[in-house]
Design a protein around this ligand. Structure first.
Ligand code: SF4
Length: 205
């Protein structure tokens, strides 16, 4: 079953029994980004805060382990799943090894997801912790500035434990969720997910 099929199969929530969504805290406007910002504004994600048929649980894995502000970090030698399997590392822009802290943060996020019985996670793509579709391949600064397909450490932790994770750029998937939580919402069939964009297809061809 694809992630989009799983979204279609989610129950229809009510005010008494809202849909339980785990979100990257920055996507909800919390200023937990490495530089003390919210990493930009994403209306498609913020929209979930306006429904009473949703219960949002927010968490910032990097803030949990390293505080805010902090250095920027990226995964070197693989993806978030490789980090969890001991085959890749997380390094900061100045070369500090944050692998252990990132794994601990992912375990905390998993603990929260399980405790809160989360039904779907919406996470900030590109992040070494929260990315679900695309992450940097090594240091994002300097000459080696390339993307890879893959998830960040916390997103990979959730995925490998059975949770469905989508990003704020998966607009077709977000449409399905809007329709679940709002009976008046008509799905915009022109919207596409990140992996369907021309940028993605061209970059990873
Ligand atoms: S670790 Fe995740 S929640 Fe925290 S600032 Fe980065 S993308 Fe947002």
């Amino acid at each position: 079953m694809t992630d989009r099929d799983k979204l279609h199969h989610l129950r229809v929530p009510t005010q008494d029994n809202p849909l339980r969504i785990l979100m990257s805290a920055c996507l909800t406007g919390i200023t937990c980004g490495y530089d003390g910002s919210a990493n930009g504004t994403y209306p498609g994600a913020l929209k979930f805060l306006t429904y009473d048929t949703v219960r949002i649980v927010r968490f910032c894995p990097e803030e949990f382990s390293f505080g805010t502000p902090r250095e920027m970090c990226d995964i070197h030698g693989g993806t978030g799943l490789d980090v969890l399997n001991g085959k890749a590392k997380v390094l900061t822009e100045t070369g500090k090894d944050w692998t252990e802290g990132m794994i601990k943060a992912s375990e905390k996020m998993l603990e929260i997801a399980q405790r809160e019985n989360i039904e779907i996670a919406i996470m900030m793509d590109i992040s070494a912790a929260c990315g679900s579709q695309v992450i940097y391949d090594g240091n994002r600064f300097g000459a080696h500035n390339v993307y890879q397909i893959g998830a960040g450490v916390s997103a990979a932790q959730l995925m490998r434990n059975g949770f469905t994770v989508i990003s704020q750029r998966d607009f077709a998937s977000l449409e399905i969720l809007y329709a679940k939580i709002d009976s008046q919402h008509i799905i915009d069939a022109t919207k596409i997910d990140h992996h369907e964009t021309e940028w993605y297809k061209t970059y990873f061809k």
